[in-house]
Design a protein. Structure first.
Length: 240
């Protein structure tokens, strides 16, 4: 990839995202996904998918395949149950990061085990730096780290302590549960995707951001992000 000669700040509003409604699923896609396709909106750096999903109680995604992709799932509300063909099984809840390396091929299901409460999650895909890896699974509770404020590495290909490891040396996912008015600097990188998952915030150079809004930064340095009056939960991918 060629580094641009000038910084770019590209604000994407929540309502501008592709939208899928399937009765049991309400999904907002930041990039082209499934039958939603725009050749000008397929990725930002190495980030290919960022889906903001609500899954109704007792429903979910049945067994389906993936290959050669690093898939990170982050639950915002409720719980999500995971099963796969390499024998992994876990229930993901807010603060528990999950990574699945699809590698040579894996099938998995993701369902809402609750009979009454929807689950809201963000699922994100990045390209691996090596194809044909053995499929694998990892999950890690980062709740205590998030309570300390600031940004916490959730998934990293650079060996950040506490983060789940991903097989992409040029990508790191940062997350933060920011209190009202709390300020953090967006980690520097060629590409940064700043997503306001919960609450509101303001990003220097981009202005106010509501829940579901995102900013795509390219060679834009480390602008300051300030949480709104009700606080904010943010997810920030920094990639090549």
């Amino acid at each position: 990839m060629t580094t641009p000669t000038r910084p770019i700040t590209d604000v994407r509003r929540a309502a501008e995202r592709f939208h899928t409604q399937a009765g049991w699923l309400d999904s907002w896609h930041s990039f082209s996904f499934g039958h939603h396709y725009d050749p000008a909106n397929t990725n930002h750096g190495l980030l290919l998918v960022s889906n903001d999903d609500i899954v109704e109680p007792g429903t979910g995604f049945g067994m389906h395949p993936h290959r050669d992709m690093e898939i990170v799932t982050w639950v915002l509300e409720g719980e999500l149950e995971h099963r796969d063909t390499i024998g992994s099984h876990g229930v993901i809840y807010p603060g528990l990061a999950q990574r699945m390396t699809a590698g040579t091929g894996i099938r998995h299901s993701e369902t809402n085990p609750s009979s009454s409460v929807p689950v809201r999650l963000v699922q994100m895909w990045v390209l691996p730096d090596t194809e044909g890896l053995p499929p694998s699974y990892d999950q890690r509770d980062l709740g205590a780290a998030l309570e300390g404020g600031g940004l916490v590495p959730i998934a990293s290909g650079q060996g950040h302590e506490g983060a789940i490891a991903i097989h992409q040396r040029d990508a790191v996912l940062w997350g933060g549960r920011l209190s009202a008015g709390e300020q953090v600097a967006v980690p520097g990188g060629v590409h940064a995707h700043v997503f306001v998952a919960v609450g509101s915030a303001e990003l220097a150079g981009a202005g106010p951001l509501a829940e579901g809004d995102a900013v795509r930064l390219t060679a834009a340095g480390s602008p300051v992000l300030t949480a709104g009056t009700g606080g904010a939960e943010v997810l920030i991918w920094v990639t090549a």
